[in-house]
Each structure stands twice: as C-alpha cells, then as structure tokens.
Design a protein around this ligand. Structure first.
Ligand SMILES: [Zn+2]
Length: 420
C-alpha cells in the first residue's frame, strides 16, 4: 500500500516569488477566459493554453495554473448551485504545484525550473533530506515562504489479530476491544478553544483590520496547541494498534455539524463547543499514521454505525440515558436487560470493534486469506456466543491523559484503571 506524507521547509528565494506571481496572473486570466466561454474543465482550455505561447514560463507551471483556474471555476459554480453568494473577484494565494520529474533533488539540493534551462537552486535542510532519503518524491508545492515535498513509500500491511474500535468524542477518544478499552482524555482541547474565544471577545476596540489580525494570531496559536494534543493521542493509538497487530475501526461523522446549526434550539456556547470539535482532523491523522505503520483502517459507513452509542454492546438492548440532574451517572447509560450502568464511550467503542470485525471478516478475499478469515470468523462467533451468555469476560477500562502523554511515556504510559 502507498503511504504518503509531506515535509515542509521555509525558503526566501526571490526568483520563486516572480514565478509565483506569473502563475497567479495566468490563473486569473484563465478564470476570466473560462467564465467568458462557459468552460469548467481543463480539456476545453486548449485555446487558452495556445495563447500562452509567448510567455517564458516552463510549460509545467502553465498547466498547473490552468488546472487551478478550472478548480476555482468549478467550486464557484458549485457555490452558485447551492445559492451561496460568491465574493468576486476573490483574491487567490500564489501557489504552484509541480509533479516529480520537472524538479530534481540531488545531493541535498533542490533544483526548481524557473525558465528554459534555468533552475533555482535551494539547499534542503537535514530534516527534509533525511525524510525523503530512499523514498519516492512525488510532488512539490511552492508558496511565498514555504516548499512542501510530498513523498511516498510502499508499506506492507501487517497481519491483523484484533480489531479496535475508535470512538471520537468531544472530550476524549476511546479505543480498544473486548479485552481492554483505553480512554484518552482530551478535555484540554475544549478548554483551549473556550479560552481563545473568551480572549477574543474581550477585545473591544472597533477596528476591523486589527481585529482580523488578532483573531488570526490567537486561533493559530490555539490550533498549534490542539494539534499537539491530537498528534500525541493519535500516535499513541497507532502505536498500540501496531504493537498488538490490531486494525482500527473509525466511524463516519460527516454532516454531524448539521446538528449544531443555528435555530436548532442550542445555545451559542454549546454550538461553538461542538462545532470546534476537531473530529475530522483526528481521523485524518489516524489514517495517515496508520498507513505508515502498516495498520489497517476500516472506515464504517453511517448505516453500519447506526445506533453504535445507543445500543448495548453485550445484548443489543436499547440503552437509557440517566435522568436530567443525575450527576452520579454523568456519561453512563443503563441497560435494562443486563441491569447495569455502563460508560457510553466504552459501549460505542465495543460496538465499533464488533462491527469492524464483522466488516473485516466479510471483506477478506476468499483465496488469499482463507485461514485468516476462518480464524476471524470463529473469533466473531465467539464474541456472539459470549454476548448471549452475558459476557463473562470483564473489559478492563483504562484512562490516559493526552496532554500529559509524552514521546518517552508512549510505550509505558501512566494509566489509571477506572472502577467499574
Ligand atoms: Zn445489555
């Protein structure tokens, strides 16, 4: 399987600034041409490409600039179809992206074509050189101050012995299977977002330009801090999965923001909290990190995860939430069949794990993994039997704090067991 990643480096090369400006001009002209002629795909821009014959820019940039113009037109048309007003002409950021073959990396230096037979020569730093060593460099993205190299490697998927469910919640990420469930606390992210919002609302000066600058600055800082926590949490999950040869099951949460829109009977603070929940970022990080470690990721669709947090993971009974004001059972749920209170995140995780297992067993190719398939299916049957018997195995539930997790403590984290 191909695993891809990007590595960035800052640059201050003036010849690249001129190149970016030229690309931007072509993009703007391309947008105008496409609008005038009602074009939205690259094939029909052939005429426009021919008008660029006199520009001295290497043709790889011309093609990418036209591609970008078409993308902008497409997205604008989409907005118009959805009746969202498009600000026009929207200023675009100068960006150029070229695929491998047009640029060369050699002996720690990067050569980018600027004009015919003329290359910009940039010294790569050690981190970039070490990252791309022995790997296939695929593309290069140039912005005003950054170079981003995308590289890939062939990673073999490790055999799967268990399937972990990964349940993303606002204040924690819970993962594990029937033997062990680990809850990674992420309350810190909620706190950071709320503090940033408070800080920004405390500025009362009536100046839009300065206000915008401050907003950008404070949210950049907040995002850096939340990213740090998300990285440690996802690193920990992928590390554990790779160590125990487990596959990860994630659910599809697209469209969840629709639940927290205006006029949905929620207060503004509640809406803010749930709309700033970075569930998508967590999923993306999990997926790319898992790919580099050879860990299988099973993405369940919405219909496959239906009711995963409201049905009992042991007997399938509909769970009842605690009454309003019942602080003792804050995030617990009552199963009338099993006669016990169980944490809702643990339920959701176990449900995801079982459903992921079912999906994994059914998706294995018959010829290749027949023994593995049989093993997994018997395992699955075992789970089902256990469920009928009322599950004699007690799941161990552990808790880890993501903001206290460090690289050194990754293999031996300070976990505390939650009493159940
Ligand atoms: Zn039950």
């Amino acid at each position: 399987m191909q695993a891809t990643k990007c590595v960035i480096q800052s640059h201050a090369n003036e010849s690249l600034a001129g190149l970016l400006a030229e690309c931007l001009i072509i993009t703007y002209n391309g947008i105008r041409y496409a609008q005038e002629n009602g074009i939205d795909n690259r094939k029909r821009m052939k005429r426009f490409y021919q008008t660029l014959r006199d520009t001295k820019l290497p043709s790889c940039y011309k093609v990418t600039a036209i591609t970008r113009a078409c993308a902008v037109i497409k997205s604008r048309n989409k907005s118009l179809r959805r009746q969202i007003e498009v600000r026009h002409p929207k200023p675009l950021r100068p960006v150029a992206c070229i695929i491998s073959g047009f640029f060369i990396t050699m002996k720690g230096r990067l050569f980018i074509p600027v004009s015919r037979d003329k290359y910009a020569d940039i010294q790569l730093n050690d981190h970039v050189v070490n990252s791309i060593q022995g790997r296939k460099v695929r593309s290069l993205t140039i912005t005003q101050s950054l170079l981003s190299l995308c590289y890939s490697d062939d990673i073999r998927l490790a055999p799967v012995r268990a399937v972990y469910g990964v349940d993303r919640n606002e204040k924690n990420i819970t993962f594990g299977d029937i033997d062990k469930v680990v809850r990674i606390e992420m309350k810190e992210i909620v706190r950071i977002n709320e503090t940033t919002r408070e800080i920004l609302s405390s500025f009362k000066r009536n100046d839009v330009r300065i206000g915008k600058k401050l907003t950008r600055k404070y949210w950049k800082r907040a995002n850096n801090r939340t990213n740090q926590i998300l990285h440690t949490a996802t690193n920990f999950i992928v590390e554990m999965a790779s160590k125990n040869r487990a596959a990860l099951t994630v659910e599809d949460l697209t469209g969840i923001r629709k639940m927290y829109q205006r006029n949905n009977l929620h207060g503004p603070s509640y809406r803010f909290r749930l709309n700033s929940w970075p569930h998508w970022k967590a999923k993306r990080m999990l997926e790319y990190k898992a790919a580099w470690k050879g860990v299988t990721v099973i993405g369940l669709s919405k219909s496959e995860t239906y009711g995963s947090s409201s049905l009992c993971s042991k007997c399938g009974e509909k769970l009842r939430s605690p009454k309003r004001g019942d602080l003792e059972h804050g995030r617990m749920q009552w199963c009338g069949n099993c006669k016990e209170w169980i944490d809702r995140d643990v339920h959701a995780t176990l449900n995801l794990s079982t459903r992921g297992l079912a999906r994994f067993a059914s998706s294995l190719p018959r010829s290749k993994g027949s023994s593995q398939r049989a093993e997994l299916q018997s395992e699955e049957k075992g789970l089902a039997i256990e469920a009928v018997k009322g599950n004699p195995v007690r799941t161990v539930i552990l808790r880890v704090d993501a903001s206290k997790l460090t690289r050194d403590s990754m293999s031996n984290p300070s976990v505390e067991q939650i009493k159940s």
